[in-house]
Write a protein that binds this ligand. Structure first.
Ligand code: UGA
Length: 441
């Protein structure tokens, strides 16, 4: 099938390459000429494990091209909207500028029978208004939210947990004739994952849009729940990691996403829960989501608490202290620094008078652009040399594997803050380190 993918960021670039891998002929379109040039040469514009290999594989087939020219979308049967919806400056609401611009630019090129498939995370109601604007073109809008995780984006796109189609429906919630036809086309697009028994939920526009923000809100709530328990553990001398293990054995709860520490960041969970609250307010049901305010507050408190912990281990003040921060990305296996807890804490400590040196296996170039005032090191060894405190802020496997004896020889003081609860406290303490973590004795 001939497919266009509009927006080639973390979502779109992976989606375009994955669609080509599934056998479709794909054109990826983005307004950023530099990004298009990189992708056209087979280079991933960001760090995502498996993406360079996938790009090379599918580009060799001739089924994947990239362009800045929207008119190349003409001729595609399916157009995926994959642009970003960041938080609006100074507001909780999502900024829909990119969706608006992409849709308006695409509109003149859609033909009768085409599908326009929204994958961006949008406030509920957006799909309905885009569908109204498609009326008259003979094309159909489908809402098909994306659930990929950075770091696992290729795997999540090729082998999703589930597929959700939001289709045009009649008053009884049954897909209209256009909706049924759209489903047939999308079933063809996703023939391979569907053949692997990927669960498919077919529903209306509103539900499909809500599924995405509901999923991210649940995940954020789960993380903040365990971080709230970490606060209780700190007040009582209990260990949040053991608590998470114990409650996680209950299948109804589950151990995944119960890792306490510096909390959630990135380009999705923080802005999605805020945009969801804003949308609920507009719909007159703000009370339904008031708990998300608390989820957000718990999350942000962890960052403040980490700066306090640094102060505690330094004997009351971090002024002039050399602090090594291991990790800048919002999570391992990514170079994404959007709302990164690691950088948020690093910047706070720097502002409060510490000399902070940040390192990360992939995210230093992005971090340097955004936080010019911080110092950066190429390796963990370089960052920790002469450090008064070491903070593990993003749990890259190479930081989890650090040897307390080896790096102990490099630091000025053996003090480690485990911001992600991934180190073995006994091992570090046995090597003479002061070990502190959030929610652990
Ligand atoms: C998230 C969702 O997990 C995806 O399903 C969704 O598709 C995506 O947002 C999106 O909306 O596009 P992602 O932002 O890549 O994916 O990252 P997550 O793996 O969800 O991690 C988010 C943050 O939570 C990270 O900062 C991570 O360190 C933190 N986290 C995660 C914890 O603090 N504790 C945990 O137990 C798990």
């Amino acid at each position: 099938m001939q497919v266009s993918v509009i927006g080639c960021g973390y979502l779109g670039a992976v989606h375009a390459a994955s669609m080509a891998k599934l056998g479709h002929t794909v054109v990826g379109i983005d307004v950023d000429a530099a990004k298009v040039a990189l992708l056209s040469s087979g280079t991933a514009p960001f760090y995502e494990p498996g993406l360079p290999e996938l790009l090379a594989e599918v580009q060799a087939t001739g089924r994947l091209a990239f362009s800045t020219d929207m008119s190349v979308a003409a001729g595609s049967a399916v157009h995926f909207l994959c642009v970003g919806t960041p938080q609006q400056h100074g507001e909780f609401r999502a900024d829909l500028t990119y969706v608006e611009d992409a849709f308006a630019a695409l509109l003149p090129h859609v033909r009768p029978g085409d599908l326009v498939v929204g994958k961006s995370t949008v406030p509920v109601g957006t799909a309905e208004s885009l569908a109204a604007r498609l009326a008259g073109t003979g094309a159909t809008l489908v809402w098909n939210p994306e659930f990929l995780r950075e770091g696992f984006a290729v795997q999540d796109t090729l082998h999703p947990d589930r597929l959700v189609y939001g289709l045009p429906t009649d008053d009884e919630g049954v897909p209209t004739e256009d909706g049924a036809r759209a489903q047939k086309i999308l079933d063809e697009v996703y023939a391979e994952p569907l053949a692997d028994d990927t669960p498919l939920v077919v529903t209306d526009y509103a539900t499909a849009q809500l599924v995405k923000v509901a999923a991210n809100s649940f995940l954020a709530t789960k993380i903040s729940f365990i971080n709230a328990m970490a606060e209780l553990c700190e007040a009582t001398g209990a260990d949040v990691t053991r608590l998470a293990d114990a409650i996680g054995y209950d299948d109804r709860i589950g151990r995944r996403f119960l890792n306490a520490g510096l909390g959630f960041g990135g380009g999705c969970l923080p802005k999605d829960i805020r945009a969801f609250m804003a949308r609920a307010g507009e719909l007159g049901v703000d009370q339904a989501l008031s708990f998300l305010r608390e989820v957000d507050a718990i999350n942000m408190r962890r960052r403040v608490r980490m700066v306090d912990l640094a102060r505690e281990v330094c004997g009351g003040s971090i002024v002039g202290a050399r602090i090594a921060v291991l990790g800048a990305a919002f999570k391992p296996d990514s170079d994404d620094i959007r709302d990164s807890p690691a950088l948020s804490v690093a910047a706070q400590m720097q502002l409060q008078g510490a000399h902070v040196v940040v390192t990360d296996p992939q995210a230093v170039p992005n971090a340097r652009k955004a936080w010019a005032g911080l110092a950066f090191a190429a390796t963990a060894e370089e960052a920790v040399t002469g450090a008064d405190v070491v903070l593990l802020a993003t749990e890259w496997s190479e930081y989890r594997a650090l040897d307390p004896e080896t790096i102990g020889d490099l630091v000025a003081h053996r003090r480690i803050l485990d911001g992600r609860n991934v180190l073995d406290p006994r091992r570090w303490r046995a090597a003479g380190w002061t070990y502190r973590a959030l929610g652990r004795p």
